[in-house]
Design a protein around this ligand. Structure first.
Ligand code: PRP
Length: 206
């Protein structure tokens, strides 16, 4: 039986496609810069779709894909409560969630502060657990701008290399969570396509 895998578009899909190609899968119509969003390997055993990261769990939960690969940060923020199995830690796409502010500027964390973030759920939980009262401004990207333009006191965002923070004159105040890319699976597919899914995991491991 063929497996359908939904990959989070961007860094994750590029890394995973490289793994799959190196472990023998041949995707005749795939190139790194192609705009094609759905393609199959030459033996038609694996179908891949490239979707926005918050949609990976939607595809898998509803059975539009058997499995998916997405960052654990996205699972925690956008897909909390989705009825999917998390079956494998790929160990790629490692990043940390951080509170960051303008370099050299002390932020009085005892006052009510404003947080700019793409991750309102994760940010609120962290500050609540630490008994800080905060206002959250939900942004959709380029979060590093928020303290610079006065939208927020600090940001909560993922840091991978730290280059984006440095390039924009920001620094980490504290790290508070680690994330990596996860393989998730539809519960029915997990039973029906168990062997095929194990084969896919072996290919990714190689
Ligand atoms: C993420 C994140 C940071 C950057 C961190 O943004 O929000 O901006 O990557 O990576 P670094 O530590 O390696 O610099 P993304 O690239 O997803 O773009 P976006 O801001 O448009 O969401």
């Amino acid at each position: 039986m063929a497996i359908h895998i939904a990959l989070a578009k961007g860094r994750i899909h590029k890394a995973v496609m490289k793994f799959l190609q190196e472990s023998g899968y041949d995707f005749p119509t795939y190139t790194m810069d192609s705009r094609i969003l759905i393609f199959e390997d030459a033996t038609k055993s694996l179908k891949v779709t490239l979707v926005k990261s918050p949609d990976v769990a939607v595809y898998v939960e509803r059975g539009a894909a058997d499995v998916g690969i997405v960052g654990e940060d996205v699972l925690a923020e956008d897909s909390a409560g989705a009825d999917v199995y998390e079956i494998y830690d790929l160990g790629i796409g490692r990043c940390r969630m951080a509170v960051a502010g303008i370099a050299g500027q002390k932020v009085d964390m005892t006052k009510r502060i404003t947080i700019g973030t793409k991750y309102p759920r994760i940010a609120r939980k962290y500050f609540e657990e630490n008994h800080h009262s905060v206002d959250i401004v939900k942004l959709n990207g380029s979060v590093e701008l928020a303290p610079i333009v006065g939208l927020s006191d600090v940001i909560v965002d993922i840091v991978e290399t730290g280059n984006t923070l440095r390039a924009n004159g920001l620094e980490v105040i504290t790290y508070f969570m680690d994330f990596s890319a996860r393989l998730i699976c539809n519960p029915v597919s997990f039973k029906l396509k168990y062997d095929e899914i194990q084969k896919l995991i072996e290919a990714i491991k190689r």
